[in-house]
Ligand binder design. Structure first.
Ligand SMILES: [Zn+2]
Length: 116
């Protein structure tokens, strides 16, 4: 499938309706910039800038099917949640808190935890 920023936004909104994301009070999709990555450098990433803005990039090259789109968006949404709670945001990008949330998210959505 051909990804667009609107498709990334729709994936974010759909996941945000589901537990556990629905309980995390994540930013509205309107407050996030969605970007389709054109290179093979990163599968996906999340940037936090100006103390309150987020940009989520999902790579077209790596996430060209619905399953990988949702899996990678969910991965980045855990980063958004942790970025917003500085007390959890210690010990590296994929710290213990991130892994606890990843366990929960993978169980909820049936994602493969070993590739998440
Ligand atoms: Zn990550």
């Amino acid at each position: 499938m051909h990804l667009t920023p609107a498709i990334l936004r729709a994936a974010y909104v759909m996941l945000d309706e589901c537990e556990p994301f629905s309980r995390w009070n994540l930013p509205d999709a309107d407050d996030i910039e969605f970007d389709v990555g054109k290179t093979k450098r990163d599968m996906a990433c999340c940037h936090f800038y100006d103390q309150r803005k987020f940009r989520i990039m999902i790579s077209q090259a790596y996430c060209g099917i619905l399953h990988t789109l949702f899996e990678n968006m969910a991965h980045e949404m855990i980063h958004v949640h942790i970025f917003r709670h500085p007390r959890m945001n210690r010990g590296g990008e994929h710290n213990a808190a991130w892994h606890r949330y990843a366990d929960r998210v993978c169980k909820s959505f049936g994602f493969d935890r070993s590739r998440f």
